[in-house]
Design a protein around this ligand. Structure first.
Ligand code: NAD
Length: 252
């Protein structure tokens, strides 16, 4: 890809510089968003072929929407679970497993709910927005894994009889207890933060970028499109994570 204006570039020398930062950092954090799974065929929320060009998020991914029409929300999740079940982790997911195996201190923070990082072999994952393969009771709050595709009955119910919901974080809901503190802790200790495939519009996840900068870490962004984070990154690589991540984690 040709060099573009300012920092928005991706050429051999810039990728090599970023690779050296990653190679020499004792502690690395990767923050991933829907974009890392795009090459596995899972639509992102934003971007030209995003899910939300067809569906309005406020109709589907909020507690209010679920209270209004649990079946509609579950039909959408059922559709997403079917798509994800057919997908395979891609070279970007696998490159992060390689990095995990090579670094003493590596933390993966994801906004994704699809489970493809787990399937690729990532071990410790801070799943800020939950997991589409888990369900949670709206009454007794029990949670459990359920990988059945399709689910036999919509909406699903708990053993206690209560209505079950996807164990994901919807707009307006808090993140799982303590998890964001853990993410902040990891970012403060890192020399490199990789920001991969996220539109960097969803908070508090996006606030990890200024935190990394304030702690003196190098921020390397990988995204085919410019985002609000691009101008603050030490290096913003315009490209696909499945192409670029394997190059960034390649050994000497
Ligand atoms: P987003 O949909 O807002 O943005 C996706 C970003 O990925 C865009 O900036 C896009 O330019 C970039 N992108 C597209 N293809 C790419 C590629 N091949 N390589 C690298 N980047 C690429 O995603 P987000 O910032 O994660 O949005 C936040 C919300 O979306 C989260 O709450 C997350 O739970 C949810 N979400 C998750 C999934 C999933 O689990 N796979 C899918 C859709 C949305």
């Amino acid at each position: 890809m040709a060099q573009e204006a300012g920092r928005l570039h991706y050429n051999g020398a810039v990728v090599e510089q970023a690779r050296q930062w990653v190679r020499s950092a004792p502690a690395v954090v990767a923050l991933t968003g829907a974009g890392i799974s795009a090459e596995s065929g899972i639509p992102t929320f934003r971007g030209s072929d995003g899910l939300w060009n067809q569906y309005r998020p406020e109709e589907l991914a909020t507690p209010e929407a679920f209270a209004r029409d649990p079946r509609l929300v579950w039909e959408w999740y059922q559709w997403r679970r079917e798509l994800i079940a057919k997908a395979e982790p891609n070279a970007g997911h696998r490159a992060l497993v390689e990095l995990q195996d090579r670094k003493k201190d590596f933390t993966l923070i994801t906004q994704n709910v699809d489970g493809l990082h787990d399937r690729a072999g990532s071990r410790r994952i801070l799943k800020l927005h939950g997991d589409i393969w888990r369900l949670r009771c709206t009454v007794c709050r029990a949670d459990w894994p359920d990988r059945r595709v399709p689910l036999p009955k919509l909406p699903p119910h708990c053993r206690c009889g209560g209505l079950a919901r996807p164990d994901v974080v919807w707009f307006g809901e808090p993140l799982p207890d303590g998890m964001f503190l853990e993410a902040e802790h990891a970012v403060r200790a890192a020399q490199v933060l990789l920001v991969i495939g996220t539109s960097a519009l969803v908070y508090p996840a996006a606030s990890l970028v200024p935190l990394a900068r304030a702690s003196g870490a190098k921020v390397i962004e990988i995204n085919p499109e410019e985002t609000p984070v691009s101008s603050a990154a030490d290096c913003s690589l315009r490209g696909r994570s499945g192409d670029l991540l394997p190059r960034l984690v390649a050994p000497d």
